[in-house]
Design a protein around this ligand. Structure first.
Ligand SMILES: Nc1ncnc2c1ncn2[C@@H]1O[C@H](COP(=O)(O)OP(=O)(O)OP(=O)(O)O)[C@@H](O)[C@H]1O
Length: 300
C-alpha cells in the first residue's frame, strides 16, 4: 500500500535556522531515543516516541522532519489520513511500516475531524486513562466503515503499533496547536512538543551562511535590529536571501531582506495605529466595544 521513493531531502539540523540551544536539545533527544533499546525494554515500554511540531506556516516543521530522518537515517512514512478509508485500513498501513522509521501526519488539525473536545461526561473532560480506553473501545466498535476516527488514531499510537517491535517515531505537525484534542497530544502519546517560531537573529545567521556564505556583514546590525521589531518566518528570510539572478550578490540579497522587514514593520505600525484610532473613537462615543468588535473595526 505504501509506495517507495528514495528519501533524498538535503535538510539537516546544521542547515536549519533554529536557536542553538533548542537545536542541541532536540538532537540530544533524538539520539538518546535511538540508542535506548535496552532502556525501553527494561522499563517495559514500546520503543517509540511521539513528537508534535507546531508553529505558523513556513517556520520549518517539514524541514525538521527531513533533518530528523537524515540525523537518524530513518525511513519516512508520510501518512495522508484523509486518503485512509477507515480504522482498519489505518491499522494495516501502520503494521506494514518497518522499524527505524518516522511516521508523519502533517497538518493534523486539517486531516480529519480530530480536533474537537471528545465526549464529556457530567461536564468534565474524560481525563483518566481507564475512561479514555473505554471510550476508545466504544467509538471503535461503532466506527464500522466510517472514516478514520480520533480513537482509531489513538488506538494505533498506544496499542497495535507499539507491539510491532523496532524503533519508531511518530510526528504530528500543526499550525494550530490550540485546536487539537488534548487526548491526542498528551505526554506519552506526543512525548515532545516542539514549537517552531519566527526567525531570530541566530536563525538568520545560519541562513546567511547557507545561502550567501556570509558569517558577518555591516548590514547584519540593521537586520538584527529590525528582526527584534517585526516577526518574519524563516521561509520568508530564506526567500529574500535567495539570489534571483546571476548578477545578485550577497549585499543585494541582504537589502532585499531589509526591505521586506521594513515593509512588515510599516504594516504592523499601520495596523496598530488603526486599532488605536478605533479605541479612541469608541471612547469618545462612549460606546462599549468588545475585543472582537475592535479587531473587526481595525481591519475595516
Ligand atoms: N527553520 C528553518 N530553517 C531553514 N529553512 C527553513 C526553516 N523554516 C523554513 N525554512 C525554509 O522555508 C521552506 C518552507 O518551510 P517548511 O515547509 O519546513 O515550513 P512548515 O513550517 O512545514 O510550513 P507549513 O506549516 O506551511 O507546512 C523550506 O523549504 C525551507 O527552505
Amino acid at each position: 500500500m505504501w509506495s517507495h521513493i528514495v528519501f533524498e531531502h538535503p535538510a539537516t539540523f546544521g542547515t536549519m535556522a533554529l536557536e542553538p540551544d533548542k537545536k542541541k536539545e532536540i538532537i540530544e533527544d533524538l539520539v538518546t531515543f535511538s540508542e535506548s533499546k535496552e532502556f525501553y525494554a527494561r522499563i517495559g515500554k514500546a520503543w517509540k516516541r511521539g513528537y508534535l511540531l507546531y508553529g505558523p506556516p513556513g517556520t520549518g516543521k517539514s524541514t525538521m522532519i527531513a533533518a530528523m530522518a537524515n540525523l537518524l537515517n530513518y525511513d519516512v512514512y508520510d501518512l495522508e489520513l484523509t486518503a485512509v478509508k477507515d480504522n482498519t485500513e489505518l491499522r494495516k498501513l501502520l503494521i506494514e511500516t518497518t522499524s527505524k522509521s518516522i511516521i508523519v501526519i502533517e497538518d493534523i488539525d486539517c486531516s480529519l475531524d480530530l480536533t474537537g473536545q471528545r465526549k464529556k461526561k457530567g461536564g468534565k473532560a474524560m481525563a483518566d486513562d481507564e475512561k479514555e480506553r473505554k471510550e476508545v473501545k466504544e467509538e471503535s466498535s461503532n466506527s464500522g466503515n466510517s472514516k478514520v476516527t480520533l480513537s482509531g488514531l489513538l488506538n494505533f499510537i498506544d496499542g497495535l503499533w507499539s507491539a510491532c517491535g523496532g524503533e519508531r517515531l511518530i510526528v504530528f505537525t500543526t499550525n494550530y496547536v490550540e485546536k487539537l484534542d488534548p487526548a491526542l497530544i498528551r505526554r506519552g502519546r506526543m512525548d515532545k512538543h516542539i514549537e517552531l517560531s519566527y526567525c531570530g537573529f541566530e536563525g538568520f545567521k545560519v541562513l546567511a551562511k547557507n545561502y550567501l556564505n556570509l558569517e558577518t556583514h555591516p548590514l547584519f546590525d540593521a537586520i538584527d535590529w529590525l528582526m527584534k521589531e517585526v516577526k518574519i518566518t524563516p521561509a520568508d528570510v530564506a526567500e529574500n536571501l535567495m539570489p534571483k539572478s546571476p548578477l545578485d550578490d550577497a549585499e543585494k540579497c541582504l537589502w532585499s531582506l531589509i526591505q521586506a522587514l521594513e515593509e512588515a514593520k510599516e504594516e504592523a505600525e499601520a495596523e496598530a495605529t488603526a486599532a488605536k484610532k478605533v479605541v479612541e473613537q469608541s471612547q469618545d462615543g462612549g460606546g462599549v466595544c468588545s475585543e472582537n468588535c475592535l479587531a473587526e473595526k481595525a481591519s475595516e
